[in-house]
Design a protein. Sequence first.
Lengths: 170, 203
Amino acid sequence: MKAFEQKWTAWLDGQLCGKELAEFEASLSDKAAAEADKREVKELGALLKQHLSVDVLTNEEFFSHQLRERIRCEGQAKDRHAARSPWWSIRGLALSGATALAIFAIYAVVVMREKSPSERSEYLTQILNARVDPAVSPNATISMFETKKDKVTVLWVEGLQSLPADYAAK
Amino acid sequence: MQTEATPAQADVSELELVRQCQTGSAEAFDELVTRYRTRVFAMIYNMVHNEQDAWDLAQDSFVKAWRSIKRFRGRSSFYTWIYRIVMNVTIDWLRKKQIKGAGLEFDEAIQLTQIDPASRTAPKADPLPHARMERSEIRARIDEAIKQLSPDHRAVILMKEIEEMQYHEIAETLGCSIGTVMSRLFYARRKLQSLLRDVYEGV
């Protein structure tokens, strides 16, 4: 929905057409005054065009020469700055840090993930080994089998003479 | 919108020049500057009404264009693109100047009326002294009226009436909607009508 001033401007510039034009012109209370205003705006435009479209740039070649020099100097300053910048600049350090972090992340995700968990629970096996006293049960062997899929753990004990008094399997 | 070269030829070679600029060719950029320096300068001059300031702002605009030419994607014409830079540079400058002090522009206007306009606006045919005087007086009146507009309103009226740009081109250049362009044009024209009615009715 255009505001009145937008419609008015579009009408002055001949940008309204069809239904929109008919509706707008019908909404004007004084069409003669509006037409007079339209002519006035055209006169204003002609005046501005006539007096502001003058060639005001003198020394065109000097303008271009000065600009070329500015661009050249700026380019040289940029090159000097690039040559002077040490590799350990803040940007360089930040980039190095980000690269190191990225490498670590890749290592953690790819390499460490490849290490599949062992079939047996090492933690439980260690406890059991610690509980078997070779003096009491020299031929004792304890094995554990675990099926993760079925959530079953089997503890296979052979040659055990006696259980330690403080043994408590948890 | 006006162009200095014939549109078809200008468009093709202009794109080629822009491509060369994007590979770092200062010569190609120099060619683009040669094509547009007069119009860019005139537009800025009509906004700021001071030759030295217009010169500096035109230089700044072209330097900025050179720095960012690699980002030009060719979605609009090169002239629309550089116009956007020119307008940003000039409007920013005008706003800063307005903040610094409002009295300055009036002093400059007096100076312009007394010394400068005759030489600046003199047509090449060298008209009679009274005609030249009349032109310079009218020019001073117009400059004074335009100074009373806000930077945004100045930009819109000059782009529409002098450059004959379409609403959508003005909107693209200023980064606003077409509706905003039309509204600004409405108020700018109203203001200028009230300030310059006797001038254009007298002409």
